[in-house]
Design a protein around this ligand. Structure first.
Ligand code: COA
Length: 347
């Protein structure tokens, strides 16, 4: 049976390190609060002279392509996951096609936030399994630092997120002991507004005031000075509500992947959870009775990089020799939407 395997993996994080202490110059927060609640010690921010979600994704992609032992010209499809694209449209996929001077191949953009990379991997997996493509470039990249509220008002969100990118090249394999065994995708739109960036958007709701919305000049309904004055251009998060749902859905979707393939938690060589919050990952570890060696976390160094967090963690774990050929690796993610997903693979 045809499966897809990760033939090459790469990551890129900006040079600029921002510590928790650094953030105290913008907002009322502390290293102690951030570490205790999230585990984060520092994150990276893109430089201000041209580093974008796409350029970071391209750097990660170049490494993945080289490690796959192919040339960029051999890539036959791009899947790009991000919530912080260079442009509202077009998506980053075409910008990667241009930057890497690829052939006129298809480029697909995925909007599933923290689950974005696992969703992207699943989409690419289907194209490989049907035989449609042979070298798919899958990228997760985020530049959060340009879209956060760095005042005390936005501190519950701003301290969590960081910038970076990860990428893989997926290829077909006939090896029964290698490749993606299954992927599992879920959503629950009931809680869409709990973790969201509402504007710019086409929702018919002028911050809950429909009368004002009706009166607003046509163009202003999308993005107005008033929205910016009211900080409505920043993401909103009900942190405790996200936490409560995440600690249920993470274990659920991991167990689903294991059950689908006849495995137990003890069989996992390495779990790569989306790096949302160290406390969430530790809770999941406890629930599944996994040892420290079975779970890889690096949120301490990079913060939550949303669609980039899983490929960055996977790449770093692999570079450190924590993943060997034949290992059972589980990727799991949960985030805005809500959406959650897992992928079980043999390395
Ligand atoms: N620094 C200092 N104080 C802060 C703060 C910060 N950066 N952010 C929030 N606070 C304050 C709040 O204002 C609140 O103060 P109050 O008690 O005086 O009202 C207090 O800390 C507690 O806030 P709360 O939101 O209840 O804290 P929490 O223990 O739930 O931790 C999160 C907040 C965001 C760290 C936590 O809810 C979380 O991680 N949730 C999941 C978020 C997540 O994973 N998001 C990504 C999705 S993939």
């Amino acid at each position: 049976m045809l499966r897809s395997k990760i033939a090459g993996i790469g990551m890129y994080v900006p040079k600029n390190i921002v510590t928790n202490q650094d953030l105290t110059q913008y907002m009322d927060t502390s290293d102690e609060w951030i570490q205790e609640r999230t585990g984060i010690k520092q994150r990276r921010y893109a430089d201000r002279t041209g580093e974008t979600t796409t350029t970071m994704g391209v750097e990660a992609a170049k490494i993945a392509i080289e490690r796959a032992g192919i040339t960029a010209q051999e890539i036959d499809f791009i899947v790009f996951a991000t919530l912080s694209p260079d442009y509202y449209f077009p998506g980053c996929g075409v910008l990667v096609q241009r930057a890497l001077k690829l052939k006129e191949i298809g480029a697909l953009d995925i909007r599933n936030q923290c689950s974005g990379f696992v969703y992207a991997l699943s989409v690419a997996d289907q194209f490989i399994k049907t035989g449609m493509y042979k070298n798919i470039l899958v990228i997760g990249s985020e530049k959060h630092s340009f879209g956060l509220d760095f005042s005390t008002r936005g501190r519950n969100v701003a301290v969590i997120f960081g910038d970076g990118a990860g990428a893989v090249v997926l290829q077909p394999t006939q090896d029964p002991n290698q490749g993606i065994l299954s992927t599992h995708l879920h959503s629950d739109g009931e809680s869409a507004e709990i973790l969201a960036m509402y504007n710019p958007g086409t929702h018919a709701n002028h911050w809950g005031n429909y009368a004002a919305f009706k009166e607003a000049p046509l163009g202003d309904q999308f993005m107005s000075h008033e929205m910016i004055d009211n900080a409505q251009n920043f993401p909103f998060m009900d942190g405790p509500a996200v936490f409560k749902k995440a600690v249920v859905k993470f274990p659920e979707v991991i167990q689903e992947a294991l059950r689908a393939n006849g495995y137990q938690p003890g069989d996992i060589n390495l779990l790569i959870p989306h790096q949302a919050n160290l406390r969430i990952a530790q809770f999941v570890q406890q629930q599944l009775k996994l040892s420290d060696q079975q779970v890889y976390n690096n949120i301490q160094q990079y913060g939550n990089t949303t669609a980039a967090s899983v490929p960055i963690a996977l790449c770093e774990a692999w570079e450190k020799g924590k993943i060997k050929k034949g290992d059972l690796v589980c990727l799991a993610a949960f985030g805005s939407g809500f959406t959650w997903a897992s992928a079980l693979l043999k390395w």
